[in-house]
Design a binder for this molecule. Structure first.
Ligand SMILES: C[S@@+](CC[C@H](N)C(=O)[O-])C[C@H]1O[C@@H](n2cnc3c(N)ncnc32)[C@H](O)[C@@H]1O
Length: 187
């Protein structure tokens, strides 16, 4: 069974249901066992491909603004199970794993010239990391692009939303853990 480690998956389901990706990519930063990516892939329409970004490898890193560094359970065994679970999606060309950090991904030549229609931010949860990712994807967004931030109360979401206003994103709905913002017009 593909599990998640958060809440508000019902909201992720609602925000992705029949969402038209217009031939652009979708992405999840931080895949873990894969529930977030599964919901996105099962629900959206006209998606070019869904890109999962996750280094796994049980890395020790600082998870939140106000904690120290520690490891979780994000092992390579978890990655291998996820890849097995996603075999049907991979065989249909619907999923690709970038087995690397967000930082490395943002410099990857295969994706840095792409546009993204939907992004689930669920990797590092420090304000500076989420801000860097959000601006990178905002520069690769179009009118209607949706961003969902998990655990948004754990970092300075108000600051991130304010910066994204410069790219015409507006907060649409927030749950206990997830927050949806959408790009209202091209700039
Ligand atoms: C909270 S879990 C993701 C949960 C998943 N999205 C879900 O819905 O079940 C966080 C994931 O982020 C990954 N991660 C940690 N550092 C990362 C980084 N620098 N870039 C991308 N992913 C990272 C971890 O390996 C872990 O799998």
């Amino acid at each position: 069974m593909i599990r998640g480690d958060s809440t508000d998956y019902d909201l992720l389901d609602k925000w992705t249901k029949d969402f038209d990706c217009q031939g652009y990519k979708t992405c999840e930063i931080g895949v873990r066992e894969g529930l977030g990516s599964k919901i996105i892939m099962d629900n959206v329409r006209n998606n070019y491909i869904h890109v999962g970004v996750d280094p796994y490898g049980n890395l020790e890193y600082q998870h939140y603004d106000d904690t120290g560094a520690y490891t979780c359970d994000y092992t390579d065994d978890m990655r291998d199970t996820m890849l097995k679970d996603f075999l049907p999606y991979r065989n249909q060309g619907k999923f690709t794993l970038c087995n690397m950090t967000d930082t490395k991904f943002m410099n990857d030549t295969e994706h840095r010239h792409s546009k993204f229609m939907f992004v689930h931010f669920d990797g590092p949860h420090m304000t500076k990391d989420v801000m860097t990712e959000a601006v990178w994807f905002a520069n690769r967004s179009i009118k209607g692009t949706r961003f969902v931030f998990d655990d948004y109360k754990k970092y300075n979401m108000a600051l991130i939303a304010q910066v994204l206003e410069l790219y015409n994103f507006k907060v649409i709905e927030s749950g206990k853990n997830k927050c949806l913002i959408e790009k209202k017009s091209d700039i």
